[in-house]
Design a protein around this ligand. Structure first.
Ligand code: FAD
Ligand code: PYC
Length: 417
């Protein structure tokens, strides 16, 4: 693997950039692995990387039905933050933010992590109370978050319209300065390259059709489009398709899969310094390094596996964006797309062991799992390697839906998300 450095950039520039080696080889499945990971998104690839690096487990295959990063990892709007209400969530997402900060150096790959700050706008008295509660809870957990008045929010984000007569008047905002964005594809590519360099096989265009269990009920491997692959352990990290994959092992999960859409504008010069989210109107916006405004909305109202959403929702989102940022009213939109997000009843992830020996699951990230990528991957690797949860993911069990020990971020946010 070529090490990226000023020297290697210069050397390759002198040969017209024609001598770069492939970043990872295309692998064909072997007959057997210690661990098979279903899903080559950021979470699955990251898990493979940490299994190899921190636990010395390198007989690992990451298998994807399509191209790596082609699921939600490559479709998301890249917002990273850790301002969740509950202690369990704060620990998990802040662990991820800690890892994001050093990830480019760790992977020797420019993942373009940008600490540009995330502003969450309050438009109602209820929003004000809810965000202030979040701020207090976050600060008790050592997570940075502070309250801004409407004028302070405008000073932080000059294009924001704070007219009190607006349809969605801004009554203030919660600001997490440590939050920001990263380049989504680069996260998948960086983990893939680093995992492959440690011996992991990355197998693309190979759907896993079933998880196979032996006579004692334990996992014995996976059936795939390229034949059966024996495995001592299987970890499923298949986002919106998780319930389908896990169903083949007779494990039922409390998941619903919904389309979630986003869109980008034509590129313009840098004009938008941070990320702004408005949960109440289901619209959020940032500017990519290419200059496009990256805009997203809430989930569609119906379950689907179609990877595209309805136009009505996007129309509503764009109308809200134009009210909050009238300066963008003449921008042209370039393209829109959708991903399938896996939503749990309490809007928190399921990350850990399952009732089936040797089978692990990482799902239920819904609309918000990109920010968790390094943290989730790190604790999933720990769980798979040791067959016991890391203290950070210990509360994120499947059993909580029978014991009632929920981590109810849905109720905490008081918006559908
Ligand atoms: P994925 O990247 O989806 O990877 C799962 C992989 O499993 C896929 O590549 C898929 O092809 C593969 N797979 C599925 N079934 C099979 C099978 N049978 N066999 C083999 N492979 C299979 N989160 C944030 O934190 N911030 C955001 O701003 C944000 N914005 C979003 C905007 C949109 C439009 C969408 C759709 C999501 C957004 N999210 C956001 C959520 C985030 O993208 C996901 O939670 C996260 O990327 C999930 O990562 P993953 O690696 O688990 O899943
Ligand atoms: O979780 O911050 C988030 C998010 C923003 C857009 C989609 N998810």
């Amino acid at each position: 693997m070529t090490h990226f450095s000023a020297f290697s950039l210069l050397k390759n520039a002198l040969s017209a950039n024609e001598n770069w080696r492939p970043q990872w080889p295309a692998a064909e499945p072997k007959a057997e692995y210690d661990v098979v990971i279903v899903g080559a998104g950021g979470h699955g690839l990251g898990c493979a990387y940490y299994l190899a690096k921190e636990h010395g487990i390198t007989k690992v295959a990451v298998i994807d039905k399509g191209w790596l990063g082609g699921g939600n990892t490559g479709r998301n709007t890249t917002i990273i933050r850790s301002n969740y209400l509950y202690d369990e969530s704060a620990r998990l997402y802040d662990h991820a933010v800690d890892l994001w900060e050093g990830l480019a150096q760790e992977l020797n790959y420019n993942i373009m992590y940008s600490r540009r700050g995330v502003l969450m706008l309050a438009h109602t008295v209820h929003d004000v109370q809810s965000f202030q509660r979040h701020i207090h809870a976050n600060r008790l957990n050592g997570v940075d978050n502070r309250w801004l008045t409407a004028a302070e929010a405008k000073a932080y984000c000059p294009p924001l319209n704070i007219s009190p007569t607006a349809r969605y008047p801004v009554m203030g905002a919660a600001l997490q300065e440590r939050a920001g964005t990263a380049r989504h594809d680069a996260v998948a590519w960086g983990y893939a390259r680093a995992a492959s360099a440690r011996g992991v096989d990355i197998i693309q265009n190979c759907p896993v059709t079933a998880i196979r269990r032996g006579p004692d009920g334990a996992v014995v491997g996976v059936d795939t489009a390229k034949g059966f692959i024996k495995a001592k352990k299987v970890a499923v990290s298949a986002a919106g398709n998780t319930s389908v994959v896990m169903g083949t092992a007779d494990v039922r999960l409390p998941l619903e899969s919904y389309p979630l859409q986003a869109l980008v504008s034509e590129p313009v010069k840098p004009c938008f310094p941070c990320v702004v989210m408005s949960n109440t109107v289901h619209a959020y916006i940032s500017q990519s390094n290419k200059g496009e405004l990256v805009i997203g909305s809430g989930t569609d109202q119906y379950t689907s596996y179609s990877q595209r959403g309805g136009l009505a929702l996007i129309e509503h989102t764009v109308a809200a964006i134009v009210e909050m940022f009238p300066v963008f009213s003449r921008m042209r939109m370039l393209r829109m797309w959708g991903g399938i997000v896996d939503v749990t009843p309490d809007r928190s992830a399921i990350l850990g062991k399952t009732p089936v020996k040797g089978l692990y699951v990482n799902c239920g990230w819904g609309t918000g799992g990109f920010k968790a990528t390094p943290g989730a991957a790190h604790v999933l690797a720990h769980t798979v390697a040791r067959d016991e949860p890391h203290p950070i993911n210990a509360p994120f069990t499947l059993e909580r839906f029978t014991t009632g020990r929920l981590i109810d971020e849905a109720a905490a946010a008081a918006v559908a998300h």
